[in-house]
Every structure is written in structure tokens, then in C-alpha cells.
Ligand binder design. Sequence first.
Ligand code: MOS
Length: 738
Amino acid sequence: MGFFNDQQNFSPSAEGRVEAIAKVTGKGKFSAEYSVKNVAYAVLVGSTVPSGSIQSINLEVAKEVAGVIDIITHQHKPIVPGFADETKIKESKFGLPVFHTDKIYFKGQPIAMVIAETLEEATYAASLVEVQYIKDNFNVDFESSHPKSELKVEGKERGNLSSWTSSPYVVEEEYNIKAEVHNPMEMHATIAEWTGENQLKLYDKNQGVNNVQRVFAGLFSIPEKNIEVISEFVGGGFGSGLRVWPHALAAVMGAKMVKRPVKLMLTRPQMFAGTGYRPASWQKIKLGADASGKFSGIWHQAKNGTSVYENFSEGITRVTRLIYNFENLKAESSIVPLNLSTPTWMRGPGDCTGDFAIESAIDELSYKLNQDPVALRLKNIALDKNPETGLPWSTNYLNECIEMGAKMINWNERKPLPNQTSDGDWKIGYGMAVGMWNAGRGKASAAIRMQKNGVITVQTAMTDIGTGTGTGMQNIAHDITGIPKSNIKIELGNSNLPPAPSQGGSNGMSSVSGAIVEVSKALKLKLAEYASLQNDKFKNVKSDDVLLSDKGISIKATAKDFVSYDEIWKKNNLDILEVEGNSGPGEERKKYSFCSSAAHFCKLRVNTKTGKVKIEKMVCVADGGKIVNDKAAANQMSGAAVGGIGMALMEEQMVDAKLGGLIANDLAGYHFPVNADAPMIEVAFIGKPDPNINPTGAKGLGEVGIIGTAPAIANAIYNAIGKRMRDLPITPDKILLA
Ligand code: MOS
């Protein structure tokens, strides 16, 4: 078990993040920062109406601006083969066929793009593009439209709905969550360059270079290998970089049109309608228990908003089907088309939303039953097997997370009845909730290049979106080979490197770690093979039998059997030694289910005069299998919890139902926690490796850091003031009016 308080106990050490110095000195380049010769600057023009079609576009004035090279519109553009006709557009699954339609689906939809010699010229000219629209009816109001959308069954139904609804203890309530926007610190940007006929090079902010490569290969019908995607440093993603958005394609089209490299960076307001968001949602839960507190059944209905040009379903009820032993369960969902851009996965997508409803309902039930919420959960969690698939969990230590978290927050100081503890105008309360995430794993590959001086470079195409992937890779390579960390360099985020999955869904470390183990072993075996030419003892050894140092290879058991890299390089006339390793999921996935989980606890105070909520302490205990790097993992969990505080108390993308656009779509208008809002966050891990998931035993982290946060806060607010808050965000007005 590790215990971290990342605000107090962390001291900088030489063994920090591999990319830290590059990032803080500005040496590490984010996508928009590469200097590319002869680059032109592009600025998008967004639709000013939410629905209808383009009647005409007048570019005359805009074209007069000095420095303007060209302006793309749906009438003047290079044709994207993947958008050649309606059928191809559908098949491309790209979503918005940017510049290939005169239809308007949402306000802010890119309808033109100015390309100029400077950013200033492009920005000014973009403001002079005149568009006439044929306006059509629109709807951006989720709240008033969701009642019309029809629910469909989601997942396997269990038992019988009617058998339990007359249970002695039943909670039946509705929950609403406003749309939220990722807002990573780095804004999305693409520099596109056609380096030859059908040869494309992209510096692009994303969470998966191979995915970007695949999408453009499909759209332009060119081989994937002709496309290089570089995303070496990523300033946060939260899911916004998991798909290719219209602006990236716009940059590629622009470069094709002006036959020059084109750089396009979204403005912060453009990010709100350009790179996805967590959709608004409505849920209804009916939850029953017998007098002992054993859950008798659950009925979970969920709806989320989507766009009018694409169907996006969040998978809100997935988590409901995962955590608890519900013998009777029915889950239903539907989506609600709106004149907004398409939502996407965001920070614990689906599960965050669903978990808020079920964990709030369970808390409410605990008061009805007069049972402790901790004990009630321990009684009902499905610890042995995945209740949906019936497969046994490979490992599931959610019970230990709950027990440890309760100790860390001093749960025994919580008053079982609400509204019991005051401090002046403040009321104090405790709350908790749990969360779970399917622990996935994808196919990944990695390479190691070793130089004569013993320095190795570990490579994979996977991006590191700030989660510490590179640092974790270094840790694993060091553990397996024995080479000092100072001699292990990391290269990632380039599609020319060995392919790996996108970094998302808490799959990054789980997937890539296997490949790092394999390639580290391959390096040892390759060196042993060379060493055996000098010393017989190295013949037919296993990778575990040998150890590498900064100087050479030795037999673990004897230590005196040693061959230096120097000798190996000389004897074999080597320049660079290169090995590869692959790994991926296999038969184990047929035998076991895999999950990561966490328990969140919160102590907070609510001001009864102002409605302000001040979180005093947050505790998060997670089961993520083996923890590869303590600091990076704890940092990810506390960061995720801050995201959860935003979800609970502040974040809300407001829409203007009258004019059909977003309001307050910048970082002044969109509220999220700053340092003053972020409390002490104590993070701990169970730390037991999962023996089946991959060679390291590391399960995913990230999503479980946020999933239980918002309900833990809402539950603590109830404990403090006796008011049940079922709509997020819980802003002071809601508290005062409740
Ligand atoms: Mo995420 S929503 O796993 O990038």
C-alpha cells in the first residue's frame, strides 16, 4: 500500500517525470509550437446560426486583407475522397463533413477557413467573411426535449422488475447533470504538411497518433504509412483528443489547397463547440432493499444529449450493471438530438454520470434504512464475479478501498443523522461513494534501441497526455533490465514508432506496460546471445537469469560472469542494437473479468447563509493493481478528484435556448476548481498486482479517480444540511433554494 498526500509530502527528486524538465523549460514542444518552414496560418469561421443552410458567402472584403492566401468554403475546397458522396460520408463515421455540406447543424460549425501569411491577418479576414443563411427551426434545450425520447433496454436484464418494486425500502428519484467541457490546458492545434504526393505530416494534439493516422488514411484513401502523426507532448486531454475533429481535417484540406504547411489552432471559445463535451443527462433510479439492507433490485433509466448529425451514447448504465449484486436489474437508455456539436467521452465517460445517480440513491436509501452507507455498500458489492458477465473478477479489492478510506477520513466522526454539526453559519458533513471501471487492455508494441555507451531509448507510439506514461515506461524498463534510469530515454507520441492504442479509458499503462516488459526481456536475451560468444555461461539463459548495468551484462547468480557492452559492440561490429516487443490481451479475458475501482470520502462544510460549499478533505483509495509509479499515479488520482469537484459544484456549459448558442464559453464564464477550491486530497492505493491482466499487474487508473467524487460530495452535503441535491452542478443558488 502506498499513502500519498500530494500537497504536502512530495519533494522533488531526481527521479521525477521523464518529461518534466522539457515541459517546464519550454523545450518540449506542443503541437502548435513546432516551427515549420513556409507555414501559413488558418482561422476558422463558425456559423452564427444553429440550424438551416448557407444561402451565400461573400468573401470579397475578406480577400482584400493583405496576406490572405485563400479562403476555403463548401464551394471552394479540395475534395476529400472520403466525403465524395452521402454514402461515403456516412461510411467515414467522421461525423461532421466539414466544408462538404451547405447544411448547418449547430452554432459555431466551421463553414469557412481563411489562410493567410500571419495569424493576425487570418483572424482579421475571418471576421470579414459575410454569410447569408436560410434559417431553420432549432432545439438546443435538453431539459425540455428529453421527455419525448423513447427509452430502449441497455445491457442484460436480470430477474424481474415487478418482483421487488414493493420492497419495504425504495428510493425513486430523478437526477440531472448539465453538459461539461474538457478544457485541457493546451488547446487543440494541427500543423498539416503534404510533404509529397499523398504524403502527409501532422503535428497534432491528440490522445492517439495511430488513430489519427488511420482516420486520415481512410479519408484520403492513402496508405497509413504515408502519414506521420506527431504528438510528443500533450497538455491534457480528458477524452477530447480521442477522436479526429473537424479542425484537424480543415488544416489538412487547407495545406492541400495552398500547397503549403498550414497551422490551425482553436481559440478557447472554439474548443467549446469543436472538441466534444460530456453531454447533458437525465436519469431516473428506482432502487429497493429488504429490511436487512440487501438490495432487491434496481431500475435505471438514462438519457443523454447528442448532435443532430451523429448519435453519441454515453453508456450511463454500464456502471450500474457492474458494482453491486442486483438480482433484479433493468437498465434503459436513449439519446436526445440537439443543435449542438457532437459530445464525446470525457473524464470517466458514462460511468461518472451513472455513478452519480446510483451512489446518490444508495446514500438516500441508507438513511431510510438507518444503516451506515459504508456498511450498506460492503453488504451489497459484487466482490466475486462480474454480475453482468458472470465471469469471476481477476482481482477486485473495492471492499478494501472502502475500509481504508473510512479510516483515512475518520468516518466514525460522521453523525448518522443529517444536519447535526454546526460551526457558526457552517454545517459540517461527511459523505462517501464508490466507483468502478472495466479494466481494459489493448494490443501494444514497443522497441528499444541501445547504443554502445549503454544508453537505451524505449519507444512506443502511445501518447502521454500528462498521466505519466513515459515515466512508467522508464520505471518498468529499469525494473526488468537493471539499467539505471539515467541511462533510459523515452520516446513516444510519433506514429513512426511501434504502434500502440490511444491513451484513454484508463487503458494506457495497462496496454503499453506489457510491451515494455516484453521488449526489456528481448533486450536482455539479445545481449546474452552476444555475450555467449565470449562466455559460455550466457548460453541459453532465460531473461530472468541475467542483469544489465550501465556497463554490461552479468549472470545474476554469479555476478562475476560479466561481458561489457564495449566488448559486445567491438566483437560484433555493432552500431545500434535494436529489439522489439509486442503484447496484448489473450485467453485470460475469456476466464476473468477485470476492473479497477475506488472509494471516495469527503468532509465538507456548507454555509447556510450563502450556500457556499467548502470541501475540507477528500480521500480517494483506489485498486489499480500494481502501481508502476507512485507519484504519477497519486497525482493522476488527485487531479481526477479535482475534476470531480468541478463536476459536483461548478462545471456547466450553459446554452442559450433562445438564440441556440453556447454562453460563457471561455475560461472566465465556465467555472471549474482553482487551487483555492481544491482541498487536501489524500490518495492511497491497495497496490496488489493483478496476476492476470498483463505482465506487470498494473490495472488502469484515471477514470476511477473521478467516478465516485461527485456523489461523495453530494452525499456529504446531505449529511451536512439534510438537503438532497440531485442536480449537478450544486451551485449555491440550488442549496439556498432547496
Ligand atoms: Mo479519457 S475520457 O479516458 O481520455
